[in-house]
Ligand binder design. Structure first.
Ligand code: SF4
Length: 979
């Protein structure tokens, strides 16, 4: 018997056994019973032997309660093992009922238990008891805190200072709850981290499809092209990585563009290590190959590209025929030969030719993905994803099995009980006139805007966000956050201490992933699911028959959760309902009473998730009880080509068609039960509602772009002053070799470590033990030139400062390029301003300002210490890496608004007296660099084609009312109107 046959035999025997017991069989990730999961029928009382008592057979009884992981954006399912004797969580493992992660997790999922038991976590609300940043704190009650914040927000609204209220989120981990809170206050106060993360990639996709994310169907692909380290750390990496590996096992080819030899690159069939920023040149060379050889899907391009609009705008002298367009297209990219791409990228032409052949052979089964990586590194980085999607668009590999979908069709955002109206105000601190096309808030420019006097903040919430550490130019953040004239009240909503929380007025402990409610859905395969993050001890108590009405009853200390916090805060802002806010927080069933989280989620699961009530009823459960028990529900699978669906005749009454086939109806399209709101196109400037697009005589759904088609040509870009960038193109990066001085190298600073995640994982001891340093990757050729050996200290000089770090000499990086992971270098101050903090992962430093410069010097790394966790006395490492981001100035891309992370740097052997972790920064120079990049922009008030601040159809996380899009609009401060 072959090994495979033997395994198959064991699997069917196990399945038969399970069926005989009336249990569900979980074959496990490897389809082998060895990796089986506890059958869900036994989740109320799952028995395991205590490993520490072996060989004595001591039984432990667990209640298994699902939640979702909050350690990255993938939202994988977790199962909490709640000890039935102690009612404490003993461990987390994967939830086999979660359709995205399918029971699997990366190391960060199970390490959630470290975060729950972290001896340094914040357990009660704190108010500063000295100057900001002084390190002195006093306990304060939730009641006092809520009244204080609510009073300030109410006054700001009443006095017409809505724009002084801002909520700045790092990892949202939820789908729209907090945006609706801000909308209910009538405040355009949403700020995000996205412009230091993914807005470059989003812009490239959004200009093509009207939707800002890709959803590759890796599992069914023949060729997978990744511009990222996606198998170890990229976006949705665990759910995607398992599908990429499954595809590889059945023979799919993997192409990886990554300047570093990442773990992902080691699994590739083709690894290209391009000079940073040259990725679009390679992609266009591949596109040119497809065009030259005629190996593209002519029918798809003819039907679904807006080529007529392109010809009319750019070649009005030519006949508007598809054949003519094909000629123009081939000419447009003819200069992108393999040799040209090789000269730009440093990748041999022959290797690019091989990749082009592989892509050509994929047909409609080409799955592609680009997220942060090159799109977040370079000036014009958004063209990376625009050029990548060009390959899908040429091959017709759009929403096909094995192709790439727009994400909104794989995402399910259920309708809540209340939808407050769009806020009647526009905040120029987040959406300034210089960036009318930015995909997200210009969050990382906030310190410069405040310093320039563009506004001030009266109440500033930071939530799971650490801009002092995460953003570039963190010391400019420190300067404004310590200035009470610029920031009146800083409220940090956080489970853990951070460099930013140290500078807050109020530190409010919020629950970790297994201590809070959230609802989310992410694109991870050709299907839609919704998952429920929940406080597991609350769910366990309720399952055992003890109702819980406030999550603080079960969370550690006085740790709360945000849903209940925002409901309570909103209620206190408008206790009598006179501001029109309170009505969004009233129980739908108990008029005049406060909404509970059970009512909020119960209503959604009952009314807004197709199929869930029926599935729940089949098990004798309410929809809420079903989600509390299983944690996730698949709404649909095999979504297919939504854009090709024919529009029903009933929606076409009175419809008109423009000259390029866009079909408008006088009435809005009925909301789709199954598609995220973003999948529905916005009304045009004349108030007409796009319902479809005419293709070969039939009206199809199309894409939510202005034309309804895939926008090879973006009229939006052309109309707003960027005509030269209106089609997928290659524009040299700010770190192109021609931009570098002879002694400069390019620093890649963006890569994640597989076992850490920004600020959120530093309180996980297992992860800290695995990864706690970030040496500088340096090619032997550069090391030889610099006289540096592995382990030597080197000084990296940026435009505004320098940092001292250890060198790691490796052939895993291109000559001329260095790399340093951004996950390391946490710190807390020494001396009088000593803060509490995460002692497992934070160095103790001195920070002072002299001679116009900031200087940071390390006093000590980490060391063993006594705590409630005996493991902290066993810490054997001292290094925690170096905080390089402090030394980076802001580089806002003038179109996408994305911070362009790559740095042109000088690297030298550290001089005598320079020590590990030394950092210098000149924030005056940082402001100069900001102003230089600001000059690259094309302002709305100079380039807007229609007198608005921003194209209305472009996405905004929290979209204000249409009237405030007018450049001359008066910002309203009336209470929000009735919905
Ligand atoms: S950290 Fe790991 S387990 Fe958690 S959501 Fe992300 S990929 Fe999944």
């Amino acid at each position: 018997m072959t090994r495979l046959a033997e395994i198959a035999g064991r699997v069917s025997a196990a399945r038969a056994d399970a069926a005989a017991r009336g249990e569900t069989f979980y074959p496990g990730p490897s389809r082998v019973h060895l990796a089986a999961f506890p059958p869900k029928e036994r989740w109320d009382d799952w028995v395991e032997l205590a490993s520490t008592d072996w060989p004595k057979r001591t039984e432990r009884h667990y209640m298994l309660v699902p939640t979702t992981c909050f350690n990255c954006e993938s939202a994988c399912g977790l199962l909490a093992y709640v000890d039935r004797d102690t009612w404490q969580v003993r461990k987390f493992e994967g939830n086999p009922e979660h359709p995205g992660s399918r029971g699997r997790n990366c190391a960060k999922g199970p390490a959630t238990v470290n975060q729950v038991t972290d001896p340094d976590r914040i357990l009660q609300p704190l108010r500063r008891a000295g100057e900001r940043g002084s390190g002195r704190w006093e306990p304060v009650s939730w009641d006092e805190v809520l009244d204080d914040i609510a009073g300030r927000i109410r006054t700001a609204i009443e006095e017409g200072r809505r724009n002084e209220v801002m909520y700045h989120v790092g990892r949202p981990g939820e789908d729209g709850f907090t945006e609706r809170v801000l909308a209910s206050w009538g405040v355009d106060g949403h700020n995000s981290h996205t412009n230091v993360c993914s807005s470059g990639a989003r812009a490239g996709y959004h200009f093509w499809t009207g939707i800002d994310r890709p959803s590759p169907d890796h599992a069914n692909a023949e060729v997978i092209l990744l511009i990222s380290s996606h198998l170890e750390a990229g976006h949705y990496f665990n759910p995607h990585a398992q599908r990429v590996m499954a595809a590889k096992q059945r023979g799919a080819k993997l192409i990886v563009f990554d300047t570093r030899l990442s773990n992902t690159a080691t699994h590739a069939d083709f690894w290209l290590s391009p000079h940073p920023g040259s990725e679009p040149a390679i992609l266009l060379a591949v596109a040119s190959h497809l065009l030259r050889t005629g190996r593209y899907d002519r029918e798809f391009v003819r039907a679904w590209w807006n080529w007529r609009e392109y010809l009319a705008a750019e070649h009005p002298e030519l006949p508007a025929s598809f054949e003519r367009f094909e000629t123009v297209l081939a000419d447009l990219y003819a200069g992108f030969t393999f040799e040209f791409a090789a000269a730009e990228s440093g990748v041999p032409a022959a290797a690019i030719a091989q990749v082009a052949e592989a892509v050509a052979g994929a047909g409609s089964r080409l799955s592609t993905h680009s997220w942060r990586s090159a799109a977040a590194g370079n000036l014009g980085g958004w063209q990376v994803s625009r050029c990548l999607f060009l390959l899908n668009a040429l091959l017709g590999a759009v929403a096909t099995p094995g192709g790439t979908y727009p994400n909104a069709w794989h995402k399910f955002v259920p309708r809540p009980v209340y939808t407050p109206p769009q806020p009647p105000s526009w905040n120029e601190l987040t959406w300034p006139l210089e960036y009318p096309l930015a995909l997200n808030e210009l969050s990382f420019l906030l310190p410069h805007f405040l310093k320039e006097g563009r506004g001030r903040l009266d109440v500033y919430f930071t939530r799971v966000y650490n801009p002092v550490w995460t953003n570039p130019d963190g010391l400019s953040w420190l300067e404004v956050l310590t200035d009470e004239q610029l920031v009146g009240l800083h409220v940090a909503l956080t489970p853990t201490w951070s460099e930013t929380a140290f500078l807050a007025d109020l530190v409010l402990p919020m629950g970790l992933g297994p201590e809070r409610h959230d609802l989310h859905s992410y694109e991870q395969y050709d299907g839609q699911w919704v998952a429920f993050r929940q406080p597991v001890l609350r769910a366990a108590r309720e399952r055992a028959g003890t109702p819980v009405s406030d999550t603080r009853e079960v969370n550690p200390g006085q740790v709360w959760e945000e849903n209940e916090f925002w409901i309570e805060l909103s209620w206190r802002i408008d206790p009598d309902g006179s501001l029109g806010i309170r009505r969004f927080y009233e129980s739908p069933d108990r008029p005049g009473s406060k909404l509970t989280v059970d009512e909020y989620y119960g209503w959604i699961f009952e009314h807004s998730v197709p199929g869930l009530p029926e599935a729940a009823a089949a098990e004798g459960l309410t929809p809420l009880a079903y989600m509390r028990r299983y944690g996730a529900f698949e709404v649909s699978s095999g979504v297919g080509q939504v854009f090709a669906e024919q529009v029903p005749a009933g929606e076409l009454t009175g419809a008109v068609e423009d000259r390029f086939g866009r079909v408008y109806s006088p009435a809005p399209r009925p909301p789709s039960a199954n598609l995220a709101p973003v999948a529905t196109p916005e009304p045009d400037a004349a108030g007409r509602h796009p319902v479809g697009v005419s293709v070969d005589g039939l009206v199809r759904r199309g894409f939510p772009t202005p034309s309804g088609l895939l926008e090879f040509y973006s009229r939006t870009l052309a109309d707003w002053g960027w005509r030269e960038q209106a089609v997928p193109g290659y524009h040299r990066s700010h770190v192109h070799p021609a931009e570098l001085e002879p002694d400069q190298l390019v620093l890649i600073s963006t890569f994640r470590l597989p076992t850490q995640i920004h600020t959120r994982s530093a309180n996980a001891k297992w992860l800290d033990e695995l990864a706690h340093t970030n040496p500088l990757w340096l090619h032997p050729r550069d090391a030889g030139r610099l006289g540096v050996a592995g382990g030597d200290l080197v000084t990296v000089e940026t435009e505004i400062g320098s940092f001292v770090v250890k060198a790691w000499v490796t052939e895993g990086i291109r000559p001329g390029v260095v790399a340093c992971s951004h996950h390391m270098g946490r710190w807390r101050l020494a001396g009088e301003a000593a803060q509490p903090g995460q002692r497992q992962a934070m160095a103790t430093v001195d920070l002072d300002r002299r001679d116009g410069q900031w200087h940071m010097a390390r006093r000590a790394g980490v060391a063993p210490y006594q705590s409630s966790d005996p493991d902290t006395a066993r810490i054997w490492w001292t290094d925690v890496g170096v905080h390089q981001n402090l030394t980076f100035p802001v580089h806002p891309d003038p179109i996408s608004g994305q911070h362009c992370w790559h740095q042109a740097v000088r690297v030298r052997k550290a001089a005598t007296g320079e020590t590990y972790g030394d950092i210098t920064v000149d924030t005056a120079k940082a402001h100069d660099v900001y102003q230089r990049w600001l000059k690259l922009t094309r302002r709305a008030d100079l380039h807007s084609p229609d007198g608005t601040r921003r194209p209305y159809w472009l996405m905004r996380p929290l979209k204000p009312s249409r009237d405030v899009y007018q450049l001359r609009s008066v910002v309203s401060d009336e209470p929000a109107a009735a919905d």
